[in-house]
Design a protein around this ligand. Structure first.
Ligand SMILES: NC(=O)c1ccc[n+]([C@@H]2O[C@H](COP(=O)([O-])OP(=O)(O)OC[C@H]3O[C@@H](n4cnc5c(N)ncnc54)[C@H](O)[C@@H]3O)[C@@H](O)[C@H]2O)c1
Length: 248
């Protein structure tokens, strides 16, 4: 039995990878899901997949890097479904692998702005709408907990996402709102496959992962859905690794 009947959830970056898997999984719990993505076509595909599965979904365009766009997308979700019970802030982008002294400021700023300020903007407009029992999960990364070589912008941004998560967990706990992060290790998504194209990166990552393989998007999604559920009612302010044992 689902423990989130008739609830309303929002997932950013839900047109692909971990976000799509999270939106599909939420819908299976009985929640209505707002599928937010900068790519309207893939967002609409995810919403259609949910409806074909018997669920309720609405696709909403958003650029998480733009405040007006985030505000409008959250408002559209609430106008359609009457409220918000949980949000998974998953949208993000990778950066080119470059050591710090070779990274142009504009690339550093772009990656930090989308991954960190974008998550901040989503939380800024979601938090006022949540009531006691509501929950936010930010998808950070194992790069939010320790270094990924030659990824200074991404790692700085994801450490920042973990920091935002902890501050919000403390600030909003008195209102009964929980805020957590999921920190995936390498997960086989279209995004990661683009980054790894033409390299032996995926095999190398598998070789250094204790469980000997990459995560599936569904495995990261399951952690996010659990953290939003009443089963995690005493869990707030954590950064949960879903990394096949890498952090150990
Ligand atoms: N795949 C991995 O190995 C891995 C590991 C750790 C963390 N993560 C994190 O998980 C999240 C999802 O990654 P993924 O691998 O599923 O990526 P993906 O590229 O497959 O999907 C990302 C989605 O986000 C959307 N998006 C990008 N910029 C956006 C913006 N400005 N506004 C709204 N939507 C935007 C894209 O259109 C896409 O649909 C990211 O935050 C990523 O950093 C991924």
């Amino acid at each position: 039995m689902s423990d989130t009947p008739h609830k309303v959830g929002l997932v950013t970056g839900a047109g692909s990878g971990i976000g799509r898997a999270t939106a599909l999984e939420f819908a299976r719990t009985g929640a209505a899901v707002a599928v937010l993505d900068i790519d309207e076509t893939t967002a609409a595909e995810t919403a259609e997949m949910i409806r074909e599965d018997g669920g309720e979904a609405l696709s909403v365009p958003v650029d998480i890097a733009e405040e007006r766009s985030v505000r409008a997308a959250v408002e559209r979700t609430v106008a359609a479904y009457g409220g918000l019970d949980f949000a998974v802030n998953n949208a993000g982008l990778a950066s080119h692998h470059r050591q710090l002294d070779r990274m142009p400021l504009d690339e550093f700023a772009r990656v930090v702005h989308t991954n960190l300020a974008g998550t901040f903007l989503c939380m800024k407009y979601e938090l006022p709408l949540l009531e006691g029992g509501g929950a936010i999960v930010n998808i950070a990364s194992n790069g939010g907990l320790y270094a990924i070589p030659a990824a200074p912008a991404y790692v700085a941004a994801k450490h920042g996402v973990v920091g935002l998560t902890k501050v919000a967990a403390v600030d909003y706990a008195p209102r009964g709102i929980r805020v957590n992060a999921v920190c995936p290790g390498p997960t086989r998504t279209p995004g990661l496959e683009r980054v790894a194209a033409g390299t032996d990166m995926l095999a190398a990552q598998e070789a250094i992962t204790p469980l000997g393989r990459l995560a599936t998007p569904q495995e990261a999604a399951a952690a996010a859905v659990w953290l939003c559920s009443d089963a995690a009612s005493y869990v707030t302010g954590i950064a949960l690794s879903v990394d096949g044992g890498r952090r150990a």
